[in-house]
Design a protein around this ligand. Structure first.
Ligand SMILES: Nc1ncnc2c1ncn2[C@@H]1O[C@H](COP(=O)(O)OP(=O)(O)O[C@H]2O[C@H](CO)[C@@H](O)[C@H](O)[C@H]2O)[C@@H](O)[C@H]1O
Length: 478
């Protein structure tokens, strides 16, 4: 079976967050299921620079204001398609934002172009790859099911995956014609969303199946509190909705082979973590202290992620005598708040503002515990990598965090299965309690070791999730 996967990021070519990890890992994960998945992504400069074996696959003249073409290529042995449209994508930096930090004014056309190109592949226009199923990821690919539904040609079944309902891709209604959609598409059963064109809404409305990245998030977004204005649609389409947990690319995230680490280790050589902790403290200018409890946090800096709660809870981290290291980039106001908080605590709290893949790995290998205090979290990947690296995740009990961490409550500890600490509700005092519980566990070395081993023994790979996606694709084709 052939599947076309369409999205705006793909690790390692372009990444701002977890979407890239999933886009990058799914094709290899699905191969053992007999599924040949090929991704289509935009030809940003970093993408074009990272390709090998490039070949022209299809010319698309006059695609939203310029000539474009689909390139067939490989990235690290993985075959994929790239939409080369210099007038839309030959811009350095963040894929969505201009140098002023604002959305590119033509984002509607940029990602509609991605969907147009995907629709052409879906309709069998590219020789040698006529997909049996089309899989669209997030709002940037949301118009793909719409182009197929309102197109003239037969099209394969579609899956729309919501990695984050907070980003919906809303654009003014007057763009309908510009985007090549017929007037009849602009209804509540089509692309219309509160008087505008909703890219994600269109995809969720028109795809044959909808998935999101954890069962708990699937339930949360069906409620008015979690549905971000789309809960009505989600309830109406409940029978088409599936919650499929993300996996982790266990080749990229492998503490036994990870070149970003000072010392590689396994669950049998956990002592190796001490050298990584030392390296991390040195790199971040923290006091060299082997015994201290070191918290880590790796995140996009968005209000979703609850970084403000961590800042509010810094006095508790101080009181526990613990250290904190943060790696993140995003919202300038959160960046400023972090910088200000760090200045007050030299040697105890450190932050790197930026996006650094290797440092993310070093933090996972050297921090004792990883904080994930998200207000909502569709799945979350940093708690998965934490567990794989023997760092204890301290997570808000929401979405995929609730589904992937076994809390060290009485029954979890007694049964010997705990892998982390959950706290609820998502508020500073509950986080403070979670930090205190973590410190108490850290002081109990045998209990801590047990949790680390449990965490490292969890199967956080793509094996099970890939089976679920494969079963879903098959159900759509049959
Ligand atoms: N400054 C930085 N430097 C280096 N690496 C950094 C970084 N900031 C973040 N990362 C990395 O980016 C990824 C973040 O993925 P997450 O899934 O945790 O969150 P995100 O909100 O981006 O993804 C959305 O999509 C994914 C995929 O479905 C869902 O898991 C998630 O819940 C949803 O919000 C991780 O690989 C992390 O290590």
């Amino acid at each position: 079976m052939k599947v076309l996967s369409v999205g705006s990021e793909l690790y390692p070519l372009v990444k701002t967050g977890g979407l890239a990890d999933v886009m990058g890992a799914l094709p290899a994960a699905l191969a053992p299921e007999g599924i040949a998945m090929r991704a289509l992504i935009p030809g940003y400069p970093s993408v074009l620079a990272g390709l090998t074996k490039t070949q022209p696959a299809l010319d698309i003249p006059a695609l939203f204001g310029g000539d474009a073409r689909i390139i067939s290529a490989e990235s690290q042995g993985l075959p994929l398609f790239v939409l080369d449209a210099p007038h839309l994508f030959a811009r350095p930096g963040n894929p969505y934002l201009g140098p002023d930090g604002m959305d590119w004014p033509d984002n509607a056309q940029r990602f509609a172009a991605l969907c147009r190109a995907a629709a052409m592949i879906a309709q069998g226009t590219v020789a040698g790859f006529a997909p049996d199923v089309v899989h669209a990821h997030d709002w940037q690919a949301g118009l793909l099911p719409a182009y197929l539904r309102f197109g003239e040609r037969p099209a394969p079944p579609t899956v729309m995956t919501v990695h984050n309902l907070a980003y919906q891709g809303q654009f003014p209604a007057y763009l309908l014609g510009t985007l090549g959609l017929p007037a009849r598409a602009f209804t509540i059963d089509g692309v219309e969303h509160y008087g505008a064109i909703g890219f994600l809404k269109a995809g969720m409305q028109l795809a044959d199946a909808i998935t999101t990245v954890s069962p708990s998030y699937a339930a949360e977004i069906a409620t008015p509190e979690g549905g971000m204005g789309l809960d009505g649609l989600i309830r109406a389409r409940a029978s088409a909705m599936h919650g499929i947990l993300n996996g982790l690319d266990t080749a990229v995230w492998n503490p036994a082979t990870d070149a970003a680490l000072a010392v590689q280790f396994t669950s049998r050589t956990l002592a190796g973590r001490a050298a990584n902790k030392q390296a991390l403290q040195a790199r971040m200018g923290l006091d060299q202290d082997k015994a201290v409890l070191l918290f880590g946090l790796v995140s996009r800096l968005a209000s979703q992620k609850g970084i403000d709660l961590v800042i509010e809870t810094l006095p508790v981290i101080d009181a526990l005598g613990a250290q904190l290291v943060v790696l993140g980039a995003g919202d300038p106001s959160i960046e400023r708040a972090l910088r200000a908080a760090v200045v007050m605590r030299p040697g105890r709290v450190a932050a790197t503002i930026g996006f650094e893949e290797a440092l993310a790995h070093l933090i996972q290998s050297g921090a004792d515990a990883i904080l994930v205090p998200s207000r909502f979290e569709p799945c979350g990947l940093t708690q998965l990598s934490a567990q794989r690296y023997g760092a204890i995740p301290v997570v808000a009990r929401v979405g995929g965090l609730a589904d992937t961490v076994i809390d060290a409550n009485e029954v979890g500890l007694t049964a010997g299965v705990a892998t982390g600490v959950q706290f609820a509700p998502v508020a500073a005092d509950a986080l403070a309690l979670g930090l205190r519980r973590t410190a108490a566990l850290f002081a109990d070395k045998p209990a801590w070791r047990r949790m680390q081993r449990n965490a490292m023994a969890l199967d956080v790979s793509w094996t099970q999730p890939a089976r679920r996606y494969a079963a879903l694709y098959r159900s759509l084709v049959n």
